[in-house]
Design a protein around this ligand. Structure first.
Ligand SMILES: [Zn+2]
Length: 291
């Protein structure tokens, strides 16, 4: 593994990053002033400027957090506290709810592609939790969601400070299909910080192994390739678009680097592309941050 180097020049103790975010209508000062976010950060202004300059397309939204503390370092997102559909980013939390109601015993499942309700036409074949997370197999997660209700997801949502689903929701919406379980992007980002904090729990360990595999040969391989195969933890998602100029869908990527003891967490949304394509953008952003 090639260790991800976070450039030394990027870490400037005590630098106030809020100044770097002012004066742009698309920047989210409300999130930066979020009560749990101190005004100062260890994150350097140079990195903020790199993201602002090079990833300024209206099609790209992002939240960059300190993966150890959940502190927001930089953001370009209209209202990250407003719940929106985040697609398959909820799958790990569905898996946790399934684990709690099934004594942590997960099925071995055979995906038959489109024929078994997967997003991929061709079968993923035989999957366990790790491989299902890495390829974000809808067929596998449909099987997990089949007999679960929103009510059973609520304890997990509370534990990870996610917006809870409607208790009467059941089936595919619980794995992020459609728009019936909207979650605030900033809450989702911090839920993954909490997920990593719980890395010693058996089910969490498998989910994180799946996210690591995703960066190598799963839906997040755009991140792994941009980082020259350095290890990263990645989950992708595709969800109905909520932009004012709607597209069929938006791609989401949650990436944490380095995979061992992540320092940065990046949540990216790219307008009108699938999650696996958005992973290319997230990879390019992380690659620039490590330089
Ligand atoms: Zn599949």
């Amino acid at each position: 593994m090639v260790p991800l180097r976070i450039a030394a020049g990027l870490v400037i103790a005590g630098l106030a990053i809020t100044s770097g975010l002012c004066g742009r209508p698309d920047m989210t000062s409300s999130a930066v002033q979020d009560s749990s976010t101190p005004a100062k950060s260890l994150f350097g202004q140079s990195a903020v400027l790199v993201l602002e300059r090079e990833f300024s397309s209206d099609d790209i939204s992002y939240l960059l957090l300190d993966a150890r503390t959940g502190i927001l370092l930089s953001s370009r997102w209209d209202d990250p506290a407003k719940p929106i559909p985040l697609g398959s980013l909820v799958k790990p939390f569905l898996a946790l709810a399934y684990g709690e109601t099934h004594e942590s015993q997960f099925p071995s499942h055979i995906c038959r592609g489109e024929a078994s309700g997967c997003w991929q036409v061709h079968p993923h074949g035989k999957l366990n939790l790790v491989t299902a997370v890495s390829v974000s197999c809808n067929s596998y997660f449909r099987a997990l969601a089949e007999n679960l209700t929103g009510q059973q997801l609520i304890p997990i949502a509370n534990r990870f400070a996610l917006d809870p689903p409607d208790p009467t929701l059941s089936g595919p919406p619980l794995m992020g299909l459609g728009d019936r379980w909207p979650i605030a992007p900033i809450k989702m980002a911090r839920a993954y910080v909490e997920l990593y904090h719980r890395r010693d729990q058996p089910v969490v360990r498998e989910i994180l192994a799946g996210m690591r595999q995703a960066a190598h040969n799963g839906t997040g391989k755009g991140v792994g390739e941009a980082l020259h195969h350095a290890d990263a933890l990645v989950k992708t998602g595709t969800a109905p678009c909520t932009h004012s100029h709607p597209a069929p869908g938006d791609g989401f990527v949650l990436a944490m680097v380095p995979a061992n003891q992540p320092e940065l967490l990046l949540l990216v949304r790219v307008h009108s592309v699938p999650g696996a394509t958005a992973a290319l953008t997230a990879g390019q952003m992380l690659h620039r941050l490590e330089e």
